[in-house]
Design a protein around this ligand. Structure first.
Ligand SMILES: Nc1ncnc2c1ncn2[C@@H]1O[C@H](COP(=O)(O)OP(=O)(O)OP(=O)(O)O)[C@@H](O)[C@H]1O
Ligand SMILES: [Mg+2]
Length: 222
């Protein structure tokens, strides 16, 4: 089965009196195990596209099918379940909860998965270990470097073992070594677990490490 299938996806925003087309009939597919970069100039629609795929925003036309499930026609409760178990999202600014330590931040993402508390702890611990942060699991975000915080965010996105991971400029706040290591981790996960990944980026270090690049210009694939 195709991991992610996007067909004729359109999004218009109202700007003053005019309608502005942010996405113009965008269509593409990603196979399980593929690591794909989404690139294009600022304002070309990358974040809009990722947010619609994750169900954070709604399309005006077209469809998004994740693992055979039509996101564009999902009810809010179904969308929550999909976000928890099927789609992982990595944000540019990490979005960690400041009052929780690294382990608790990752566990939080597993709350609605039906896993027991012990299973959630085990999963979160394993996910932090994978990104090389096992020894920092009791630290709060403020006591971690930017690269370490982003790794916690990656562990959180991957803890539920999603079939698709979306990342919006995940390396923008990272130095070279951390950016390369993040992309290498995503590539390894895609290879080993069959996870599909779509990563928006302007960053050549990322583009060098992916299987395929898709490019948006003015809301359309170019
Ligand atoms: N809520 C909104 N209301 C109106 N216009 C919006 C809204 N969100 C985004 N846009 C517009 O849609 C276009 C696409 O924005 P988007 O954030 O998807 O671009 P992007 O490719 O992610 O850019 P960047 O590389 O700067 O992050 C932009 O012209 C933006 O101004
Ligand atoms: Mg963006």
């Amino acid at each position: 089965m195709v991991a992610l299938h996007v067909t004729d996806l359109s999004k218009r925003y109202r700007r003053d009196a005019e309608a502005f087309t942010a996405l113009d009939k965008v269509s593409f597919s990603i196979q399980p195990g593929e690591l794909v970069a989404l690139t294009g100039p600022s304002g070309s629609g990358k974040s809009t596209l990722l947010n619609i795929i994750a169900g954070y925003d709604q399309a005006d036309g077209g469809s998004v099918v994740v693992n055979g499930f039509d996101v564009t026609r999902a009810k809010p409760a179904e969308m929550d379940a999909l976000r928890t178990r099927t789609v992982g999202f990595i944000f540019q600014q990490f979005h960690l909860v400041p009052g929780l330590n690294a382990l608790e931040n990752v566990e939080l993402a597993l709350l609605n998965t039906g896993l027991s508390k012990a299973e959630r702890r085990a999963r979160a611990t394993e996910s932090l270990r994978r990104v090389g942060l096992a020894e920092h699991s009791a630290r709060r975000p403020a006591l971690l470097s930017g690269g370490q915080q982003q790794r916690v965010a990656v562990a959180r996105a991957l803890a539920a073992k999603p079939s698709v991971v979306l990342a919006d400029e995940p390396t923008a706040a990272l130095d070279r070594a951390n950016a390369e290591s993040l992309m290498d981790q995503l590539a390894a996960l895609a290879r080993e677990s069959g996870m599909a990944a779509l990563v928006s980026t302007h960053d050549q270090r990322c583009l060098d490490r992916v299987d395929r690049v898709i490019r948006l210009e003015n809301g359309a694939l170019s």
